[in-house]
Design a protein around this ligand. Structure first.
Ligand code: 0A1
Ligand code: ZN
Length: 884
């Protein structure tokens, strides 16, 4: 860990590498207390830097013990190189040479889970973004692509399985019960895609025949006790492979594709070439132990990592400023895949809900940055919602503007033109432009300007001329380092609805061709007027359909307008959006009333919308569940100028109770009609939709505090045939005042699932998120539970993350004890795992959102963290920027 202040790296400082590595030969000797890494690199000076004397060769390296260096088989003495804590420098004598290095590392002590480390009894790696330099000295940058051959040696008894990227080309025995395996990856790749695994793992086999008829071996490796939980991941993999062929024409390129599940992992998963390494939470799924949400997450993450084989691996990033080139594109690809596999509208609702509550907050906070950042201190801090989710929205807008066919032409050209290269976001845009004769010069501001644009729209109907005018105005708030913003290209998908809710034909002034009944306008100016002609009656516009741009839309809808749209909009997404915005409006109004100390009264229109939706059998039950689920506290915080924690929590809770009481009868009848879920569990969209609505209703019914609800809930907890229903019952019990039933359920659950870490994560998380008073003390108690450890990122997220992110009332306790607790954990985590420590900081960085006393308390904790010893660059960057 470095102690000096980390330096800032700028995109404008990018230079081509001085040297390239054509071949990388690695040999790992793995032992219980150390590992030796022998590398042999075939290197040459980069032609781009030709002429003059050879520059010094500066290799990246961190936390390494250097044992030997040889140039062209000549051992060097220590005076021929310089080493410091981040590099090894030496002077090559020829343009081409072979460099051999041996380093010693201690995987068993690597708690940062970056580089080569041990998770339980297995060795595994995580090299993105800059973890490879913790394995050996190397040019650890994505524009240095090399062909890797890797030999892994370990004791056979404990590590019968030895894996690396590519194809197995040889294996054998060694003296002393040790064995070895050599893997060769024919595709040049940057070091961040390198992977190695050694362990005692069970293997699930399957196969896939590609579109050109090649047979690919598919393998999932897990700890033996998890072998029954891999079917869903394997099915998801095969569906992903087929989908990428059908939708993007992309075929898999090696003869083998492997997934390994590990319990200790900082992120969701990693797309290493041919050897994806996954957080076990994103592989394992069995109806008894995983919820429907987990099933969907597994499907999405398996797809995401698989899709990276083309969008990320075959075509990779030139530098880490281009991260969204692969991440934004790949998230867009996995979102479309999930939309095709499940309900498209519901998937979109989930993604938009998540984006608005979380990415919008990031874009309005101290860490706000463009989709292509200009600078960073620690790249690990830039695996953000902006790079991933907003980046995906940017790609989605390109898809919207070009249409599916034009977009496909563009991606075909992109993959063909850049196969085997490390490229930039500009290259991606250029391919889309060239394939379509489009000009995205202005559009590219989405890559360079941070912040969430506000799109203010006004409509004016003129009966005399039968015209409807839409006046669009856009602006974007200042973000750190960017005060003035230029107008974006905002695709605005819309329809105009008549008094019956039918879409009217669209004819734009100055255009001869009618546009059908739905169109996409490109808003490109700060202020822009669109005039629709031949509009026979005053329309109600249905705007930003499908959330066609990541903006905040403002339109002067009355509550009646929103009710009308919620009941009648033919577009499912916007129907949900209307109900959602009606709820937001009602909640915000009530928050004001509560703050003024006046009594709360529920606008009956919200109730009637919910009643109508509940009774509408033609709606997808998952949609109904989405509508009934009120805007989250996090979203209300994001929307507020100054968030009043107590008022938000109180009012939202009150509205939920009002709805439950008033609609109890309708809810009960829909609940019963949806059946008790008996019969075999199915993970299809329809069954999940049914469970989703039924469990949402159970949550509401439990708020009525009727004895019938309690007994139904307890019965569901005891008798549930799957984890989705069991967990929904547990959540309702934990958040209820029924102490005895609650404790019995928690106790029983822990007893039964004690041996299942992922199920215990849920158990921690449900309790940590419970808004009932005393939340901090409960979490502090759970920290001492034998199943909890700060060394496992999933546990940290389940307990500390859930408390700080999902428990508004308790985390923001007025005395600041919630903040102090989280800060204490961050200081501890900073020593163990800087990436996780840095992630846990997010809620504290949002201090500007809250009242002054809380601001002071939050800032005091940030300052205390900043003053603590041995601060990692990860934590330093986030804390210092959020206090600036
Ligand atoms: N590239 C992976 C996720 C990943 C990102 C960063 C990491 O360390 C800083 C590790 C993994 C993905 O998108 O799935
Ligand atoms: Zn990714």
């Amino acid at each position: 860990m470095r102690t000096e202040q980390p330096t800032t790296i700028h995109l404008t400082d990018y230079r081509q590498p001085d040297y390239l590595i054509d071949e990388t030969h690695l040999t790992f000797e793995l032992f219980e207390d150390h590992a030796l890494v022998h590398s042999r690199l075939a290197m040459r000076a980069n032609a781009a830097g030709e002429g003059g004397a050879l520059p010094p060769l500066v290799l990246h390296g961190q936390d390494l013990v250097l044992q030997s260096v040889a140039l062209d088989e000549q051992a060097l003495t220590a005076d021929a190189w310089q080493v410091d804590d981040s590099s090894l420098t030496l002077q090559p004598q020829a343009r081409e040479f072979e460099l051999a290095i041996t380093t010693r590392i201690e995987p068993q002590n690597n708690t940062a889970l970056e580089g080569l480390y041990k998770s339980g009894g297995m060795f595994c790696t995580q090299c993105e973004a800059e973890g490879f330099r913790k394995i050996t000295y190397y040019l650890d940058r994505p524009d240095v692509m090399s062909r890797f051959t890797t030999t892994v040696m370990a004791e056979r008894g404990s590590y019968p399985v030895l894996l690396s990227n590519g194809n197995l080309i040889a294996s054998g025995e060694h003296e002393g019960g040790r064995h070895w395996a050599t893997w060769e990856d024919p595709f040049p790749k940057p070091a961040y895609l390198f992977a190695l695994v050694a362990g005692d793992l069970y293997r699930i086999d399957d196969s896939f025949t590609t579109m050109s008829g090649r047979e690919v071996e598919l393998r999932i490796y897990v700890e033996p006790e998890n072998r029954e939980q891999c079917g869903h991941a394997m099915d998801s993999l095969k569906r992903s492979m087929r989908w990428d062929e059908e939708v993007y024409g992309r075929e898999y390129d090696l003869d083998i594709f492997m997934i390994v599940a590990v319990n200790d992992f900082n992120m969701g998963a990693m797309e290493n070439k041919g050897l994806n390494i996954f957080n076990s939470s994103c592989v394992l799924a069995h109806p008894d132990t995983a919820t429907d949400m987990a099933f969907q997450r597994v499907e999405a993450v398996v797809a995401h990592e698989y899709f990276h084989n083309w969008s990320g691996n075959r075509v990779t990033c030139r530098d880490w400023f281009q991260l969204s080139l692969k991440e934004g594109f790949t998230v867009f690809r996995d979102a479309e895949f999930s939309a095709d596999m499940n309900s498209r509208t519901v998937k979109r609702i989930e993604d938009v809900t998540f984006l608005r509550a979380n990415q919008f907050a990031e874009d309005a906070g101290p860490m706000a940055h463009p989709v292509r950042p200009d600078s960073y201190m620690e790249i690990s801090n830039f695996y953000t919602l902006t790079i991933y989710e907003k980046g995906a929205e940017v790609v989605r807008m390109l898809h919207t503007l070009l249409g599916a066919e034009g977009f496909r032409k563009g991606t075909d050209l992109y993959f063909e033109r850049h196969d085997g290269q490390a490229v930039t976001c500009d290259d991606f845009i250029a391919a889309l432009e060239d394939a379509n004769e489009a000009d995205f010069t202005q559009f590219k501001r989405w890559y360079s300007q941070a912040g969430t644009p506000v799109l203010q729209v006004d409509g004016r109907y003129d009966a005399a001329s039968s015209t409807f005018q839409l006046l669009c105005r856009q602006s974007c708030p200042a973000t750190p380092g960017q005060t003035e913003k230029l107008p974006f290209v905002i695709p605005l998908r819309l329809a105009l609805l008549d008094g019956e809710g039918r879409e009217m034909p669209l004819q734009l002034a100055g255009e001869t061709q009618a546009r059908g009944t739905e169109t996409v306008l490109a808003v490109t100016e700060a202020e822009q007027l669109f005039v629709f002609e031949n509009v026979r009656e005053e329309p109600l516009p249905s705007l930003l359909r499908g959330f066609s741009a990541p903006v905040k839309l403002v339109y002067p809808y009355s509550r009646d307008d929103r009710v009308f749209l919620a009941m009648h909009d033919p577009d499912g997404f916007n129907r949900w959006e209307a109900a959602q915005s009606l709820a937001v409006d009602v909640l915000q109004g009530l928050i004001g009333i509560h703050q003024a100390g006046r009594p709360l009264l529920l606008d009956q229109r919200l109730l009637e919308v919910h009643r109508a939706v509940l009774k509408d059998d033609s709606l997808d039950p998952a949609m109904v569940a989405e509508i009934l689920r009120l805007p989250s506290e996090a979203y209300l915080v994001e929307l507020a100028e100054e968030a009043d924690v107590e008022a938000i929590h109180h009012v939202r809770d009150w509205v939920r109770r009002e709805l439950a009481t008033a609609l109890a009868e309708t809810m009960w009848s829909r609940f019963r009609q949806l059946g008790d879920g008996a019969g075999a569990y199915r993970a299809d969209a329809e069954s999940m939709a049914r469970r989703s609505l039924r469990n949402t209703l159970l949550g509401y019914l439990m708020l009525t505090e009727s004895s019938e609800a309690l007994s139904v809930c307890v019965q569901q907890f005891v008798e549930a045939g799957n984890m989705t229903d069991r967990q929904a019952a547990l959540v309702a019990l934990v958040n209820s005042p029924h102490e005895q039933q609650k404790h019995a359920a928690l106790e029983e659950f822990a007893q039964r699932w004690n041996a299942y870490p992922l199920v215990m994560d849920q158990w921690f998380s449900i309790q940590a998120a419970s808004p009932l008073p005393g939340g901090l003390e409960r979490v502090q108690g759970l920290m001492k539970h034998p199943a909890f450890t700060l060394r496992n990122p999933n546990k940290v997220r389940a307990l500390i993350g859930a408390f700080a992110n999902q428990n508004l009332a308790n985390f923001h306790r007025a005395d600041g004890a919630g903040y102090r607790f989280v800060a204490d954990q961050i200081i501890e985590l900073n020593r163990l795992n800087p990436q996780i420590a840095s992630r846990m900081l997010t809620p504290l960085t949002r201090w500007r959102k809250f009242d002054e006393p809380r601001q002071l308390l939050m800032k005091a904790e940030l300052a205390r963290i900043l003053a603590s010893d041995d601060l990692s660059p990860d934590v330093y960057e986030v804390v210092s920027k959020s206090l600036a």
